[in-house]
Design a protein around this ligand. Structure first.
Ligand code: PHE
Length: 533
């Protein structure tokens, strides 16, 4: 967990790592104490040796030690020893460290800068976090995710080992980032980073994407003339929240507010909060984000002068996140559809308290950058963001929103794969499943999909097919769709047929290479708990 940013923020991160999450440092060879090592059992000694060996290996290659038959990997210079929970693949690790958000003329970086221009210093400090490896504690536990949250499932999340994941959202850095605000009074931050989710394959889903998150806090005013009691200090704080909201530029968006500020039953104010003050925080949050939409979507409209645009319209709806209450989603009406843009809410006080912000109250929001960038630049396929083709990269310039011009369309190549799955409630129909990379699906995880718990490891899950195709074909797979499904009347077994569309943005694929890829996919699918037809 390294964030490139100011010294104070880095120090806070280090503190957080050492004090709050001591278990995080255990697997790192550079922190192994040789004296302790002597007393270790033979097995953990082997593990340490293996970790040291891994640290000297090339990055992101999965290394198997023949002597101990242990596997592991060096991710950005740190060694990780695999265990039975591990499900990261070389193809996913190969995408770690690209820093698209720091590549000035890349649409991801341009979008990030545009968002940052709305949340400006000195109140907001801007951070990025290059290392995506975080503890399950940071990604889930400190944020209040229940033990059975679908986001924790191995079918949805990439585990490096049982205690370590590739972050599924930028909220994994909330605790550390809030600690960095301890000495700053009224303040805030944004953070931008790559996040990882095992998911379906189509034009708007890729297992790595970028999120931007922001938080803002207000501190109790110090006691002074006429302000003595905590209640008076709180009143003074509320006054500042209100006056900050009045300072937000006015906009002319049409607003449909289906959520209000809170709802006692469905979207409550936290017990520790004064409802009036919580409402002021919600109002500040909503006006700030409407201002963001105004800025970003006016730029998107300007980049498409030939299209007739309707007046901009947004909609607020209630949401749920384990780390905010009340919580909301913001949608924008864009080219005939409601586009889910972001999730947000009033930060759970416990999270602020745990980070040393006992006298603070505030909001947080998080959004997926690709989703926004696809609209801004009119980019039709999420894989293009990873393209290193000059015909893509040369089209964009920092500070400018321009429309993407398709450079050519190469032919698709469809291949089917059919198999039987054994009858089990966990293999329920994946058809009609909602996508989980929606801006507001907290940390990923989709309760509507067949999602076997770890106690049912042998059941089939659709994401396992997706992962195999990703691993074999990388960005050469455009989409994978379930095209047929039926239950055999006698045996009760279920047959599923998936259609893989292999297509490159950069060249025509040869028959040979697609056949080759599909053969590999079929061989690997046969290792799942399925029976190839
Ligand atoms: N982390 C959430 C997600 O991944 C988004 C979010 C961030 C929601 C901050 C509320 C506050 O979807």
């Amino acid at each position: 967990m390294r964030l490139s940013s100011t010294g104070a923020f880095l120090r806070a991160l280090r503190d957080a790592r050492i004090k709050a999450f001591p278990e995080q440092s255990v697997s790192q060879s550079n922190e192994i104490d040789p004296k302790k090592t002597q007393a270790l059992s033979e097995e953990s000694q082997q593990e340490n040796n293996h970790a040291q060996f891994l640290a000297s290996q090339p990055q992101h290659k999965i290394i198997k030690d023949a002597a101990t038959s242990r596997s592991g990997v060096n991710i950005l210079g740190r060694p990780y020893v695999f265990d039975s929970t591990t499900n990261v693949t070389e193809s996913i690790l190969g995408l770690v460290g690209r820093k698209l958000y720091d590549t000035p003329n890349h649409p991801i970086a341009i979008t990030r800068k545009l968002i940052q221009s709305v949340f400006r210093p000195p109140r907001f400090e801007h951070h990025t976090a290059a290392d995506p490896v975080v503890s399950t504690n940071d990604n889930f536990d400190v944020l209040g995710f229940p033990a059975d949250h679908p986001g924790r499932s191995r079918t949805d999340t990439y585990y490096v080992d049982s205690k370590t994941v590739l972050r599924t959202h930028t909220s994994a850095h909330q605790h550390a980032a809030f600690r960095g605000l301890r000495h700053r009074g009224d303040s805030g931050y944004t953070i931008c980073a790559d996040v990882y989710r095992r998911d379906s394959i189509d034009r708007s889903h890729f297992p790595v994407f970028h999120q931007m998150e922001a938080a803002c806090v207000w501190k109790l005013r110090p006691p002074k003339e006429g302000i003595h009691t905590r209640l008076q200090q709180q009143d003074a704080r509320a006054h500042h929240i209100r006056s900050n909201t009045e300072g937000i530029p006015r906009h002319d968006l049409e607003i449909i507010d289906e959520a209000g500020s809170y709802d006692d039953q469905t979207n409550p104010v936290q017990i520790v909060h004064d409802p009036d003050e919580a409402q002021l925080v919600v109002e500040n949050l909503k006006r700030s984000l409407e201002n963001l939409v105004q800025k970003v979507f006016v730029a998107a409209q300007a980049a498409q002068p030939d299209v007739k645009h309707e007046p901009l319209k947004v909609r607020w709806i209630e949401a749920y996140f384990p780390f905010t209450s009340p919580s909301f989603e913001l949608e924008v009406f864009w080219q005939g559809d409601w586009l889910e843009l972001l999730g947000c809410g009033v930060t759970k006080q416990e999270i602020l308290d745990n980070a040393g912000l006992r006298d603070h109250i505030g909001w947080a929001w998080g959004l997926g950058i690709e989703r926004l960038a696809m609209v801004l630049f009119d980019i039709p396929d999420i894989r293009l963001f990873w393209s290193q083709d000059e015909r893509f990269l040369k089209q964009f310039k920092q500070g400018q929103i321009t429309r993407f011009k398709s450079f050519s369309k190469y032919p698709p190549c469809y291949k089917d794969i059919s198999f039987w799955v054994r009858p089990s409630p966990a293999a329920a129909s994946p058809i009609g499943a909602q996508s989980s990379s929606g801006a507001a699906a907290a940390a990923g995880g989709d309760a509507t999909k067949a999602s076997p718990a770890d106690t049912q490891p042998a059941a089939f899950h659709e994401n396992d097919i997706m992962e195999i195709v990703r691993d074999v074909a990388g960005t050469l797979a455009e989409d994978v769709k379930l095209v047929d499904e039926f239950v055999h009347p006698k045996t009760g077994k279920k047959s599923l047929c998936y259609r893989v569309n292999y297509r490159s943005h950069e060249r025509t694929l040869t028959n040979e290479e697609t056949n080759d890829m599909h053969e590999k996919v079929t061989r690997k699918v046969a290792e799942l708990p399925v029976e190839i037809r």
